[in-house]
Write a protein that binds this ligand. Structure first.
Ligand code: SF4
Length: 327
C-alpha cells in the first residue's frame, strides 16, 4: 500500500449498526473503510470503493432494500408504481451495480499486478436467479404487517427515514434512525427491516435496535417517553419475513447508549493502534475466514490468502514486540 498517498480521517466520532458489525467481524476491514478521510480522487477514493465491494448476493440484498423503500416513497408521494415492472427494475439495478464494480476490480488488479480472486463471470442465468429471489422477497414483504396495512391505507400516520440521517448525541454523530415509523393510538412504532437476519440475535442486537428510541427521543416531533415506543425488527430468515417486537423502557435506552459509547471508545483505541506510521500490521484480522471470502481487500490482505497463518504471524510479531518493549 502506498502510504504517502493516504489521508487519515479524524478520530472516529460516528456510529452505525453497519460500522459496529464490520468492526466486530474484522477490525482491519473496518479501519480500511473508515480510518481514512473521505476524499474525492486519489487513493482514498479507491480505498473506499474497494471497501464497498460486494458479492452478487449482497448486491441482490441491497437492491431489495432499495426497491422496498422506493415502493413506499412512491405510495407516500402518490406516484404511479407498476408492479409488473418490478422484476426488470430489480434486474437493471443488479446489472448496474455489477458493472460499477468492474472499475473497482480494475484498480485492484492494476495495484496487485494479477487477476483478482474477486473476479468471477456472472452469467445471465445467475443474474436472472438473483432478480427472481429479490422479487419474491419484495412481494412477500408487502403482505406482511405493517407494509400491508400501509398500502391498504389502514395505517395513516407513517413516515420513512434514511439510515444516512445523522443525529448528534453528546459529541458523536449516530446513524440510528429507523426505516419506518408509524403510530397506533398513543404508541409509536419504530421499525428497521433487515434483508438477512438471525432468529436469536442476542443482547447486543437487541440494544442496537433500541438505539432507534434514542434517535426518536432526540427529534422534536416524537414522544419523549421511552415507554411509548415499540421497537420492531422485520428480518428475512429461513425463507420468510419474521417480526420481532419489544416495548421499550428507560433502562433499555440507557443500556443502548452505553453500548454505543463503549463501541466508540473501542473504535478510537483501534484507530490509535495504527499510529502516525499507518501500521496496518497492528490491526487484528477477521475472526472468521468466511468474512474474507467476500471482502474487497482479500487480494492485498494477508488474511485474504490464509487467515489462520496470517493471524498466527501477527500474534507472534505482537509477542516479539511486547518482549522488546519489556527489555
Ligand atoms: S481479507 Fe479478511 S482479514 Fe483481510 S481485511 Fe478482509 S475480512 Fe479482514
Amino acid at each position: 500500500m502506498k502510504e504517502n498517498r493516504i489521508q487519515w480521517a479524524n478520530k472516529p466520532n460516528s456510529w452505525s449498526v453497519s460500522r459496529r458489525t464490520l468492526m466486530n467481524r474484522c477490525p482491519r476491514a473496518w479501519i480500511l473503510k473508515y480510518g481514512f478521510a473521505k476524499k474525492q480522487g486519489g487513493f482514498n477514493r479507491h480505498l473506499q470503493n474497494i471497501s464497498d465491494w460486494s458479492s452478487p448476493w449482497r448486491i441482490m440484498q441491497r437492491t431489495l432494500r432499495g426497491v422496498v423503500i422506493d415502493r413506499l416513497d412512491a405510495f407516500s408521494a402518490n406516484r404511479t408504481w407498476i408492479e409488473n415492472d418490478v422484476l426488470s427494475k430489480i434486474r437493471n439495478r443488479i446489472v448496474g451495480a455489477l458493472l460499477r464494480q468492474k472499475a473497482v476490480l480494475d484498480v485492484i488488479e492494476t495495484r496487485s499486478g494479477k487477476t483478482s480472486s474477486l473476479r468471477k463471470k456472472i452469467s445471465d442465468k445467475e443474474i436472472d436467479r438473483l432478480a427472481e429471489i429479490c422479487c419474491k422477497r419484495y412481494e412477500s414483504i408487502f403482505i406482511r404487517s405493517p407494509f400491508r396495512e400501509i398500502l391498504q391505507g389502514k395505517i395513516t400516520r407513517w413516515f420513512t427515514f434514511s439510515r444516512l440521517n445523522k443525529t448528534k448525541i453528546d459529541d458523536f454523530y449516530l446513524h440510528i434512525s429507523p426505516d419506518i415509523v408509524w403510530y397506533s393510538g398513543q404508541t409509536c412504532h419504530l421499525l428497521r427491516f433487515t434483508v438477512q437476519g438471525i432468529a436469536n440475535p442476542g443482547e447486543d442486537r437487541r440494544l442496537e435496535n433500541m438505539s432507534m428510541v434514542l434517535w426518536a427521543m432526540n427529534q422534536q416531533s416524537f414522544p419523549a417517553t421511552a415507554e411509548r415506543y415499540i421497537v420492531e425488527n422485520l428480518y428475512w430468515n429461513r425463507g420468510r419475513w419474521n417480526l420481532r417486537s419489544e416495548r421499550c423502557n428507560k433502562r433499555l435506552v440507557s443500556d443502548s447508549k452505553s453500548m454505543i459509547l463503549n463501541d466508540l471508545s473501542a473504535m478510537s483505541d483501534l484507530y490509535n493502534r495504527l499510529g502516525p506510521a499507518c501500521d496496518l500490521s497492528q490491526i487484528p484480522l477477521a475472526k472468521n475466514k468466511r468474512h474474507c471470502l467476500n471482502c474487497g481487500h482479500r487480494d492485498n490482505c494477508p488474511g485474504g490468502e490464509d487467515l489462520e497463518r496470517a493471524s498466527l504471524i501477527q500474534s507472534a510479531l505482537e509477542m516479539a514486540k511486547s518482549s522488546v518493549k519489556r527489555i
